[in-house]
Design a protein. Structure first.
Length: 133
């Protein structure tokens, strides 16, 4: 009599054991989300499309700003908190600002929110979701 091994069951048992033995193997909770997970494509509630790379505490990328072209992003993160500034390269079109800064929190793998300020003196709040709309 040979018993077939269920690899799915074996993997589930191993994950359960590792989770019980070491909290490092546990699934991340909302408060443990690292901004390294910002890497990827995002869309904010203004329709701006981002491609971000987050590594070693730094954030780099680009954002396509509706009617104002593609801007350069630079910033920093620590834990689940981040700040980045998007800079509009010259020549700056009429009706477009020079820069805006987002300060926020990565709340989950696919959602971030926070506040923004711009070079025009305007400010507000934002949300970002993973993927391009």
């Amino acid at each position: 009599y040979m018993r077939k091994i269920s690899y799915v069951g074996l993997a589930a048992s191993l994950m359960l054991l590792l989770t019980a033995v070491s909290p490092a193997f546990a699934a991340p909770t909302e408060s443990k989300v690292s901004c390294m997970l910002l890497t990827g494509r995002w869309t904010d509630d203004y329709g701006y499309q981002y491609f971000l790379i987050a590594f070693g505490g730094k954030i780099f990328g680009i954002v396509k700003v509706t009617d104002c072209g593609v801007w350069i992003i630079r910033g920093n993160y620590s834990g689940s908190s981040f700040t980045f500034t998007a800079t509009n390269p010259p020549p700056i079109e009429e009706g477009c600002t020079e820069w805006f800064t987002y300060t926020g929190t990565l709340e989950s793998f696919s959602h971030a929110s926070g506040t923004w300020v711009s070079s025009a003196g305007t400010s507000g709040s934002f949300t970002m979701d993973r993927g391009w709309a």
